[in-house]
Design a binder for this molecule. Structure first.
Ligand code: TPP
Length: 328
């Protein structure tokens, strides 16, 4: 199988953007420049990118507390994201939300979510709205292996299947939920088997292989768009960073993490695959890395200089203003 060169370049550019944004966020947080909490998506880039490359701007996604990668993959602006991390007025939520609350409705990004398992019902709601309004969008719900043990998972899966809604549930099984290994909390080997309980088809992919994720997601998205109802895709991956930046990671051996990062980094694997097949050159990839690093550096220096929201705006934007129509 061969791929369009533009697609391959885009896949790498998007993964590089997530990786460099994240490494910068880690550095800035450890230097004390960013308030709040930061959860990194490093090592899981292939999932968000492989899926979102198959979506249109008007498709919706819901995200998690580890949401920077989903935002970038769906097309969010790196400067506005960085400004949000800094708590600045130019940020996506005018600096009032921080890392875990980045949303951009104009690109269908319904929000990162500090509530584990909080995205399922938003995705099902977005899909239901599309069906009622006869719009052709689909909704993609990203969630973790830990989140799959919440009740909301089962309610959402059941409703989406019973009402034949256009939802792709994407489990990012990175094998840890905070400090707890997957095998200690979950009775089944694969989250994918749970789909069967709701009459829903499911697939499992190597979540660190962006081409495998991309190819599989293309088929599933097409199937869902054709009106066949929801699907579950389980992406097997590994959380190489701590649960949050600053996590002492006492619950797992460092050698396990080092081994995973050395042998299973999605960017390195992609680079090896495309260079050895002569689809792209090393120089093309190096150039993308350099351009992306410059873009993120610019975002940081602009965010540093940006203003904080004014103190008098503390209580604005708490509720969305809109008129209520009387249907009586
Ligand atoms: C409802 C709820 N319960 C607990 C938490 C605390 N918490 C934050 S992240 C997390 C683990 C989530 O694990 P997983 O869904 O596997 O995602 P990962 O962090 O591995 O990406 C927990 C328990 C929370 N934020 N919300």
């Amino acid at each position: 199988m061969s791929y369009d060169t533009e697609l391959l370049l885009r896949l790498y550019r998007q993964m590089a953007k997530i990786r460099i944004f994240e490494e910068k966020a880690q550095e800035l947080f450890l230097a004390g420049e960013l308030p709040g909490f930061v959860h990194l998506y490093v090592g899981e880039e292939a999932i968000a990118v492989g899926i979102c490359e198959n979506l249109c701007q008007n498709d919706f996604i819901t995200s998690t507390h580890r949401g920077h990668g989903h935002c970038i993959a769906k097309g969010a602006d790196a400067y506005r994201m960085m400004a949000e991390l800094y708590g600045k007025r130019d940020g996506y939520c005018k600096g009032k939300g921080g890392s875990m609350h980045i949303a951009d409705f104009s690109i269908g990004m319904l929000g990162a979510n500090g509530v584990v398992g909080g995205g399922y019902n938003l995705a099902v709601g977005a899909a239901l709205a599309g069906k009622i309004l006869q719009q052709d969008h689909i909704a993609v719900c990203f969630f973790g292996d830990g989140a799959s043990n919440r009740g909301t998972f089962h309610e959402a899966m059941n409703m989406a299947a019973a009402w034949n809604l256009p939802v792709l549930f994407v489990c990012e099984n990175n094998q840890y939920a905070s400090t707890t290994p997957y095998r200690m909390t979950t009775a089944v080997q694969d989250i994918a088997v749970r789909a069967q309980g709701y009459g829903m088809p499911a697939r499992i992919v190597d979540g660190n292989d962006v081409l495998e994720v991309y190819d599989t997601a293309r088929d599933l998205v097409e199937w869902i768009r054709a009106g066949n109802g929801p699907m579950l895709l389980e992406c097997k991956t590994y959380r190489v960073k701590g649960h949050y930046v600053g996590d002492p990671e006492l619950y797992r051996p460092k050698a396990e993490v080092d081994h995973q990062f050395a042998s299973n980094d999605p960017l390195k694997r992609f680079a090896q695959a495309v260079i050895s097949r002569e689809w792209l050159t090393e120089r093309q990839l190096t150039n993308i890395m350099a351009e992306t690093a410059e873009l993120i550096d610019q975002a940081v220096s602009m965010a540093r200089k940006a203003d904080y929201p004014a103190a008098c705006e503390l209580f604005t934007d708490l509720y969305a203003e809109r008129e209520v129509q009387d249907h009586a």
